[in-house]
Design a protein around this ligand. Structure first.
Ligand SMILES: Cc1cc2nc3c(=O)[nH]c(=O)nc-3n(C[C@H](O)[C@H](O)[C@H](O)COP(=O)(O)OP(=O)(O)OC[C@H]3O[C@@H](n4cnc5c(N)ncnc54)[C@H](O)[C@@H]3O)c2cc1C
Length: 374
């Protein structure tokens, strides 16, 4: 199919990135969202754009996407706050330094620059870290953006190429070749992309997605307090670990001088209310790594929901049973990072082109319970 009419459900960072890529390829795109642009998980996310090493498919997608963010960076408006601040992974002890060495080898073998820091170099790079930590690894090319403004920019680009946005009326069903809106209106299309974040499963039954709640805190402005996005090595364990609630030290410098502090993970809670006990655990963990954070004043706390999949990979590609329906969801804590790569995969599939990276690891069929035909 080429240059057809495509409905994209969801104007988060994933849906808006897809709309832009499809519009660039000559499709007529209609983006539909019941809520304001970028106001779902996208508004709650940290906006860290790392290259991850937890699995080959995650590496492939995050690396490809980071390259795309790099290419786009020249054109991003100031509101997107693009910052190539780099990531600093912190090792607390010698045992964790072994993991730093493994990480370093992983990135070396794949041609990505990274620098190992010993205990003293770590403090030179980030003087607010607690003395006595074993060391760390810097990935200097990692980036940060302000996600809701990035989504707005991507949608504006799509609109400038002839797309339409229908914001304020949710989709109640994806049926046949099109969608039905809550006001009864039917929009016909050659293809539909379900990019409704963690709500995607309500429109496409059989998707294995669970909401995973997260808390973030933002401080007042303290320019120069932090230089890199700094994470403890245990972050990945928390991101991919068991069903138990978890916290991990994760701080980010904002262009405004503010410090964004995360993060927590809780499964199967749909109440967005701030959970004090988990917030206290998160702050306690952060103070163990960066005690001077206690001198900063926090101005806001919020929560959001990641769309988690059983194998920690996103769901990107054609529905196994419904021709013309494509899925782009399940990005958990990496949807800002991998939105641009996801968009290129979907654009290639909708357009019948070869995918820019192997698409199979992300195919929906791997996780879907397909309903038998009677
Ligand atoms: C605390 C926290 C920290 C995070 N930090 C990072 C990070 O540092 N880096 C990173 O890469 N990712 C991070 N993430 C993850 C990232 O925010 C998400 O993966 C990403 O925003 C997902 O984007 P999305 O467009 O798929 O979903 P969403 O932003 O949720 O967008 C989905 C849209 O679909 C709409 N929708 C839903 N149902 C319907 C319907 N029936 N009809 C019409 N529209 C509908 C919603 O209104 C919403 O606007 C974080 C997430 C959280 C919660």
């Amino acid at each position: 199919m080429s240059e057809g009419r495509v409905v994209v459900v969801g104007a988060g960072i994933v849906g808006t990135a897809i709309a832009r890529a499809l519009a660039r390829d000559g499709h007529h795109v209609i983006v539909v969202d019941g809520r304001p642009v970028g106001s779902g998980a996208t508004a709650a996310g940290m906006g860290h754009i790392p290259v991850m090493d937890d699995s080959e498919p995650q590496f492939a997608l995050s690396r490809y996407s980071q390259t795309l963010w790099d290419e786009l960076s020249e054109r991003l408006p100031a509101s997107v706050e693009f910052d190539r601040c780099g990531t600093l992974w912190v090792a607390a002890d010698d045992e964790e330094m072994v993991e730093i060495d493994r990480k370093k080898r992983f990135y070396d073998e794949r041609g990505l620059p990274s620098d190992v820091l010993d205990s003293r170099a770590l403090l030179r790079e980030e003087p607010n870290l607690r003395p006595g930590l074993a060391g760390g690894l810097v990935l200097p090319r990692d980036q940060v953006v302000y996600p809701p403004c990035a989504a707005r920019f991507l949608l504006d680009e799509a609109l400038s190429m002839g797309s339409e946005a229908r914001i304020g009326t949710p989709v109640v069903a994806i049926e046949g070749h099109g969608v039905r809106l809550a006001n009864g209106e039917q929009i016909e299309a050659d293809a539909v992309v379900n990019a409704a974040g963690w709500h995607a499963a309500t429109l496409t039954p059989g998707l294995e997605i669970r909401p995973r709640k997260g808390h973030l805190i933002i401080t007042d402005r303290y320019p120069g307090y932090l230089r890199h996005q700094v994470l403890e090595l245990g972050y990945l364990k928390s991101a991919h670990g068991s069903d138990r609630d978890s916290v991990a030290f994760n701080v980010q410098p904002r262009r405004t001088g503010q410090v964004l502090l995360g993060s927590s993970r809780q499964y199967d809670i749909s109440d967005p209310k701030v959970d004090r006990p988990i917030l206290e655990r998160m702050v306690k963990r952060a103070l163990e790594y960066m005690p001077t954070l206690s001198r900063l004043s926090a101005i806001r706390v919020w929560t959001g929901f990641r769309a988690a999949t059983p194998d920690s990979l996103p769901i990107i590609g054609p529905h196994p049973e419904h021709p013309g329906l494509f899925l782009a969801t399940g990005h958990e804590g990496l949807g800002i990072s991998t939105s641009l790569g996801t968009a290129e995969l979907i654009a290639a599939q909708v357009g019948g082109r070869t995918s820019p990276i192997p698409p199979e690891p992300y195919w929906p069929a791997r996780l879907m319970t397909v309903t038998p035909h009677v």
